[in-house]
Ligand binder design. Sequence first.
Ligand SMILES: [Ca+2]
Ligand SMILES: [Ca+2]
Ligand SMILES: [Ca+2]
Ligand SMILES: [Ca+2]
Length: 246
Amino acid sequence: FYYFHLDINDHSPTFKKSFIQLPIAENLPIDYEIPLESAVDNDYGLFSIQNYELYPIINNPFVLLKRSKPILKLKKTLDREIKSNYLLKLIAYDGGQPSLSGEQNIEIIVTDVNDNAPIFDQMFYRKSLPENQPIDSIIFKIHANDQDEGENARITYSIEDQLNIFNINQQTGEIYLKKSLDYEKQRSYSITIKARDHGIPQLNNYATLTIDVTDVNDHVPNVLLTEVNGTIMNNHQINLSECISK
Ligand SMILES: [Ca+2]
Ligand SMILES: [Ca+2]
Ligand SMILES: [Ca+2]
Ligand SMILES: [Ca+2]
């Protein structure tokens, strides 16, 4: 009993780990509680741990609940797309005069949830194409952006319509002409393009591409010859074989 009165505050509160990382999904509900490990102080009574504090005070989505052990409680919704990590400091104090303390740094890593659908740069696109546009040529490139990360942001493009006249590269969004156009048959096409991500569940969005087919002069050989003759005569000598091959 004599020794009890002689106890001095010769131990500081100590955390088992001075730094911990806590991965937490961005859709964690408000008031969710995350229990933390208590610090240890080998002194008795008041000289043992009396209090915890959590920093920073502002710009911290968590508050500290002080029960028998410290608990983080979420008070603001998280959004990984805005802020993906928080550096917090938990300090344990004993009741000595002056009090001794120990601290633990906590990195909150906000992990991604698929909460954003791909967004096209535009909802409506328009493109003019001559009716003699070569098959398999790239006629357009469409682009959508997804703010999530990893698979949640990986986009696959597809053409929804069954026209079978256009093809799309699922990864790049490049659109190809698959069949020849004919101004006399159809002057305009409207295709719906879907962008989906690879999250669970998948999210998607749509855009519309309107293609206007433009008329091309039927007398193509005459036009070409005139151009070839004109160009070459204005420059150097006439290459007869080139003229004939056209
Ligand atoms: Ca102590
Ligand atoms: Ca989010
Ligand atoms: Ca997200
Ligand atoms: Ca997404």
